[in-house]
Design a protein around this ligand. Structure first.
Ligand code: NAD
Length: 272
């Protein structure tokens, strides 16, 4: 039997790509589509695939109550995602989430709610396999080259910064450094930051890994992890050149999320 998939953010850049991918995938069926825009439009036609017979609605709760949805894919925006996930979980629908910007408390709430319902939930800051490998290679390199900074580059319409991928990369580098008992060289005394933020952003997640965010037209989603050593530089770079790069990961997550118990974060946990 096909897995019935609802898509939140179906009129957005990623949402339209997911609509196309679901319509083209074996074993998946589009059950519902919601957005704040393009309400009343056919989701398939809007995604450039021809009419799919699923009209974009503005009320997720009503759409889930009406359809026999198994999985909700959410590519919306940081201000709407948590509300959508609460609605999905209340309906016993497993969420697959690409929207970035969920806090640690939000993720803990999703995990609790999914476990209470006895269902799976999945969040990936990056669904591109190349980006997942970049994070794994970065954690490996950090054991031997603990001095590292991240530059992430995205299109100018991305609302949150730094990117979820950059934060997760920094977190994994921190864990690898701690496991290997290595640390970066201390900064010199009396540093002068003539423009605040020039040396990159840090918070409780990034620890001692500065992140620099670039937002410019022309970019899709890119990241460089730069390791410095005496007399040598190692640069890991990943480029998502097209939003199709995320779709194989999204399809894997749709197939596997219902076998999970509670929340799983990161595509690496779903790969064989
Ligand atoms: P977008 O602005 O093109 O699309 C977002 C869509 O969501 C819009 O059509 C908007 O109307 C709709 N929306 C907003 N709030 C909503 C709500 N509460 N319910 C239903 N629809 C709602 O943005 P985008 O470029 O498609 O990116 C969407 C999200 O996906 C962002 O958070 C982005 O960072 C993230 N993203 C994640 C990955 C990944 O691999 N995890 C990859 C690319 C983008």
């Amino acid at each position: 039997m096909s897995i019935m998939v609802a898509i939140a953010g179906a009129a957005g850049r990623m949402g339209r790509e997911v609509v196309r991918a679901v319509l083209e995938a074996d074993g998946l069926q589009l059950a519902a589509a919601v957005d704040r825009h393009e309400i009343g439009a056919d989701a398939g036609a809007l995604a450039g695939r021809g009419p799919a017979g699923i009209v974009i609605g503005g009320d997720l709760g009503a759409a889930l109550a009406r359809s026999r949805t198994d999985v909700l894919v959410d590519f919306t925006l940081p201000d709407g995602v948590l509300g959508n996930l609460r609605i999905a979980l209340a309906h016993g629908v497993s969420p697959v989430v690409g929207t970035t910007g969920l806090s640690a408390e939000n993720l803990a709430e999703i995990d609790r709610a999914a476990k209470e319902k006895g269902i799976g939930a999945f969040v990936a800051p990056n669904f591109a396999i190349g980006a997942v490998l970049m994070m794994q290679f970065a954690a490996q390199a950090a054991k031997y080259m603990p001095d590292v900074e991240i530059i992430e580059l995205h299109h100018e319409k991305k609302v949150d910064s730094p990117s979820g991928t950059a934060l997760l990369t920094a977190q994994k580098i921190g864990e690898a450094r701690r496991a290997a008992s290595v640390s970066p060289v201390p900064s010199p005394q009396g540093l002068v930051e003539k423009a605040p933020g020039a040396r990159g952003a840090r918070n409780e997640v990034t620890g001692d890994v500065p992140i620099h965010s670039v937002r410019l037209p022309g970019f899709v989603a890119h990241q460089e992890v730069i390791f410095g050593g005496i007399g040598q530089i190692l640069t890991l770079r990943h480029d998502s050149l097209d939003r199709r790069s995320f779709m194989p990961g999204v399809i894997i997550a749709i197939h596997k999320v219902r076998a999970l118990n509670g929340l799983v974060i990161g595509l690496e946990h779903l790969l064989d």
